[in-house]
Ligand binder design. Sequence first.
Ligand code: BV8
Length: 231
Amino acid sequence: MKLKPTDFIVILTGAGISAESGIRTFRAQDGLWEEHRIEDVATPEGFMRNPELVHAFYNQRRRQLQEASVMPNPAHLALTRLEQQWPGDVLIITQNVDNLHERAGSQKLLHMHGELNKIFCQFCKTRLIWNTDLSTETACPHCGNVGMLRPDIVWFGETPYHMDEILRALAVCQLFISIGTSGLVYPAAKFAQIASQAYRIETNLQETEISGSFNKHLIGPAGSEIPKLIE
Ligand code: BV8
């Protein structure tokens, strides 16, 4: 596929791009969903039923982001170089809630499933940057109410963020690259089909549910495949 300098590149990332940074994926053998039922920790109903369990689940993942060993890996850094060097537009749509794309220097970035380092108050709707533990005892710094703060994460059954902007980008891009997603969660799983006018590349350790929607497959770890693809 020959790209023109004005071409628009859209990239979708999933948990696989952060795996080599030491962040667990969801559906691998040692995945996050092996230890927790999605219904208990990643749905609004689960949060209503047992908020402290959900806070513990996200507190542990938020704490992990602060660990010195958790750093952007060569895949994140290659995407930052692409954004800086490519003359056309580049947009990263990430399903991930970690901050590794930001820490790698990416700027054109949409977190469609929210962010670990953000919370919001269900009472006054204020959104806050938050890097420490959260509990039902934490009072909202804005309105003072206790027990109303929740992770700013899109749970199953909730509407993903930035969908209008995402659908517009998918409809006009010339190159769509999917990195490290199992293609099992909607609507992200349909993005390759929606970008049908683009040249579509999938990078993963293995074939996925959505591999049939791509023109090219790069099988291997993102940390080595993406720098090669970008150079
Ligand atoms: C919505 C926040 C309406 C939580 C997440 C029945 C049929 C179809 C759909 C549905 C259905 N029933 C319900 C639905 C909708 C539902 C859904 O899709 N359910 C699934 C389970 C069937 N979706 C929703 O509810 C969404 N909302 O649909 O609203 C709507 C739609 C459109 C417009 C308006 C309204 C909301 C979904 C969001 C849920 N929240 N995250 C949290 O993070 O704690 S989803 C969760 O899964 C994560 O965000 C994660 O990113 C996402 C996807 O998982 P992956 O990133 O792909 O991770 P996974 O572990 O699965 O795979 C990792 C991959 O990496 C593997 O393939 C592996 O091989 C690869 N890999 C590993 N290492 C490497 C690697 N690749 C490269 N290099 C490596 N080193």
